[in-house]
Design a protein around this ligand. Structure first.
Ligand code: ZN
Length: 390
């Protein structure tokens, strides 16, 4: 019997090139109106007990070819639990996955998917909890809402937003963890955070790319994290709506959550190269980073992106644009598609659960930063008053 391979569902992505008995050659489909691709997600039916060989043959020209060495795909038998396919190998631009499915329907993906249906469950169930307010900040090009949850009564404004790059599904697993902790009223850290801060949480900034099975872009093939200097209603309404909401309630602290294909570690990227960089701003960023390293063994500061020299920041990205525009402390959190190789998990690799635990740790680190954030906020207000009276 022939295998049936398909991806025509929420966030699915694969194209079958050739099938022959127990093996199949596959290709990842590019984002619509874009050359980016790396996210795949498909199901295989009819393979119970057969030794299957599935080859993705167009990996060499994908967005991050360095993401494939040492990478293992994930498989699920129930669409809840995603384990690594231990017999995944990469050579000559081809990712080869060998498996003998124990049942006739299995699901395979680049990382544990976070579907739009699950997103709606998360947003709706969180909205139902005490002290949570919901609003739509605007619409995507496909007409989906940019959902935002507001939690807390304090004067420190914290913006958490994720999935500008839709294929980085660990970012929304992180968000699910952050929202779990922020709505746990028995957690003393949560109680203090909700007293002193107001959280503005956008769990998914790119619903169109998410549903379309994109890696990096929206419905118009636009990379949202290169639009923050000049977002537009035509190309990047997702960014425009979030940026406009931030103009109304400027962040004191902002975190943009992502995944990185190549680096097998969790790390932060900051805003060192912005024109108006202040010592205080940079000190807060470093303090947060050091604190997070102390509270989470899954976080480290030695591996990461190259830091641009003064004045050479890419201002089209959200982290740099927010730090410049609001004088706040902002950062990009990167989690691995592979694993944290310093603390590896052979069965799951980097996973939804570990993404959630990192979110808990980030909120613990934020709690430790509160006195410094309050001082920085008072200092900015004082400087603004002096500017007005001068
Ligand atoms: Zn990203």
């Amino acid at each position: 019997m022939a295998l049936t391979i398909s991806s025509s569902f929420d966030a699915g992505n694969i194209r079958v090139i050739r099938q022959d008995g127990d093996s199949a050659d596959l290709e990842i489909v590019t984002d619509h109106l874009s050359d980016f691709y790396q996210w795949f997600y498909f199901r295989v039916a009819g393979g119970a007990g057969r030794a299957l060989t599935l080859r993705i043959t167009n990996c060499a020209a994908s967005a991050y070819p360095h993401g494939w060495p040492d990478y293992k795909a994930v498989m699920s038998l129930d669409r809840e639990d995603w384990i690594r396919l231990s017999d995944t190998s990469y050579s000559g631009g081809v990712l080869t996955m060998k498996l003998t499915p124990p049942q006739d329907l299995v699901w395979i993906a680049y990382f544990a998917p976070y579907s739009m249906e699950r997103h709606h469950d998360l947003v709706t169930q969180t909205t139902a909890l005490p002290g949570v307010a919901y609003r739509s900040l605007g619409k995507s090009l496909d007409g989906q809402d940019i959902d935002c949850l507001t939690i807390g009564e304090g004067g420190i404004n914290v913006w958490l937003y994720a999935r500008q790059h839709p294929g980085e599904s660990m970012a929304e697993w992180w968000m699910e963890g952050a929202l779990e902790k922020l709505t746990d009223e028995d957690d003393p850290v949560t109680r203090v955070l909700r007293r002193d801060c107001t959280f503005h949480v956008v769990p998914n900034m790119n619903p169109d790319g998410s549903r379309r099975g994109h890696l990096r872009t929206n419905a118009a093939g636009v990379n949202l994290n290169r639009e923050w200097h000049a977002p537009s209603a035509e190309k990047s309404p997702e960014v425009l709506s979030v940026r406009n909401a931030m103009d109304e309630v400027p962040p004191d602290f902002a975190m943009d959550v992502h995944g990185d294909e190549a680096i097998p570690a969790n790390f932060l990227a900051g805003f060192e190269g912005i024109p108006s960089l202040s010592d205080g701003q940079l000190r807060l960023f470093n303090l947060f980073s050091e604190t997070l390293e102390k509270v989470s063994p899954d976080f480290q500061r030695s591996q990461g992106y190259e830091i641009p020299p003064p004045g050479h920041a890419n201002m089209s990205m959200s982290t740099t644009q927010l730090a410049e525009r609001y004088g706040c402390v902002s950062m990009t959190l990167e989690m691995p598609f592979k694993d944290n190789f310093d603390l590896p998990d052979e069965v799951y690799g980097w996973s939804p659960q570990r993404s959630k635990h990192l979110a808990y740790a980030c909120l613990d680190a934020l709690h430790a930063l509160l006195p410094d954030l309050k001082a920085a906020q008072a200092e900015r207000a004082r400087a603004k008053r002096e500017k007005v009276s001068a």
